[in-house]
Design a protein around this ligand. Structure first.
Ligand SMILES: *Cc1c(COP(=O)(O)O)cnc(C)c1O
Length: 387
């Protein structure tokens, strides 16, 4: 019998999705008007213990709004990770600014120690702003990505940002539900610790609206501006008055309907992902030159993506392993290419990115859907152990 295909990560619509989307269709509120957008905003805000959230049509647009809220503009610089999905970095360019790439630590997230070293060697705080002594540009902000749902080292990041006067933008697109359980930020969710946080509801994320995003912030006035910018910056509904250049970035009622049903299941999804992560770890960690990379201690992680680390002693290369799994109907993928190697970013500065390259060459993401069964995970492990 032909073995069934095991995908990397697919959506799970086993809740009230059809009912809520049908409500939206029946009500004829399918676009950016309609009550479900506000309902979903409040539900996400409540979930992450924030007073308010602003919904938008993707994580990428949310990050662009975040850049504008943070006042990142033409000629500024922003510290950003090199080991990430490119949508964490492109919005810096949309805002007319330039990224400076910083390497990661063993968490795969931007390393605050490397960022500090870069700043100590290259920057100075002058009149309350951080200035790059080499380029003369203002370093306005730092973008931190909670990679694969793992919490970045936020204590170090926040200390650094306070000292160097940087606005902290958390790309929490992969980390909805991840929160500290210990330490200075115990109880705080990824995305709610810095100045602004952004979630994504793209099809591969832990919950999905097809495409969608959400912005949260500790600055209430910034959120008001984000909503304004996302709705064409219309200041007079009736007379079409616009007070600045806005965007069509608002979430639709259909997307929000899907999101409300998904959010009801989020804690169940996290439980399942955590259980399957532990299953892989038991089967593979420390065996056959494999390691399953850990999530940060003192954190309840959402366990969005699992990272299989292939040690150098393994007989096969990372790509050969991915290919063997593919032949067995198992979809996996390598980690992203470094952003400093993409598009025209090679001309941007980068600092301390060797470890990022090390992980990039050795990490494979394993199937992690919220409906992955133990039998499927066992099949993945069996193939890996046979290589
Ligand atoms: C998914 C993702 C984004 C972008 O979100 P979209 O909703 O797909 O636009 C940004 N950054 C990271 C790290 C992501 O994984």
């Amino acid at each position: 019998m032909e073995k069934h295909f095991i995908p990397l990560s697919v959506p799970n619509f086993s809740g009230r999705e059809k009912e809520y989307v049908n409500d939206a269709v029946v009500s004829e509120w399918v676009s950016t008007g309609g009550s479900k957008v506000a309902e979903f905003e409040q539900a996400v805000a409540d979930y992450v213990h924030m007073p308010r959230a602003v919904a938008c049509n993707s994580g990428t647009s949310g990050l662009h709004l975040a850049m504008m809220m943070a006042g990142v503009g033409r000629g500024d610089e922003v510290l950003a990770p090199t080991l990430t999905f490119i949508a964490a970095v492109n919005p810096i360019r949309y805002a007319g600014a330039e990224p400076v790439f910083i390497g990661c630590g063993d968490s795969l997230c931007l390393c605050p120690t490397l960022a500090r070293e870069f700043l100590e060697q290259n920057a100075v705080v002058r009149d309350g702003v951080c200035v790059n002594r080499t380029t003369g540009a203002v370093i306005k902000a730092i973008v931190v990505v909670h990679v694969f749902g793992n919490m970045a080292a936020m204590e170090g990041i926040m200390d650094l940002a306070a000292k160097w006067r940087l606005t902290v933008i958390e790309d929490a697109t992969e980390a909805l539900g991840t929160r500290y359980t210990e330490g200075r930020y115990a109880g705080k969710y990824a995305g709610t610790i810095g100045d602004i946080g952004v979630y994504s509801f793209n099809g591969n994320k832990i919950i999905t609206t097809g495409a969608g995003g959400m912005v949260v912030s500790n600055h209430a006035d910034w959120l008001e501006r984000a909503k304004h910018l996302s709705t064409q910056a219309k200041s007079d509904e009736l007379n079409y008055k616009h007070d600045e250049v806005g965007y069509n970035y608002r979430m639709t009622n259909l997307q929000a309907a899907l999101g409300l049903a998904q959010l009801e299941q989020l804690e169940g999804f996290i439980e399942h992902k955590t259980r399957m992560y532990e299953f892989y770890r038991e089967k593979l960690d420390g065996k056959h030159h494999y390691r399953i990379l850990p999530f940060r201690e003192g954190v309840r992680s959402n366990h969005w993506f699992y990272s299989l680390y292939v040690e150098d002693g393994h007989a096969l290369s990372r790509d050969a392993i991915i290919e063997k799994l593919r032949e067995e109907g198992i979809q996996t993928r390598p980690i992203w290419g470094l952003i400093q190697d993409q598009a025209d970013y090679p001309k941007n500065a980068h600092y301390g990115t060797q470890l990022a390259r090390h992980y990039l060459e050795r990490v494979v993401n394993l199937p992690c859907s919220t409906n992955l069964t133990e039998a499927d995970a066992q099949r993945v492990a069996d193939v890996l152990l046979s290589l």
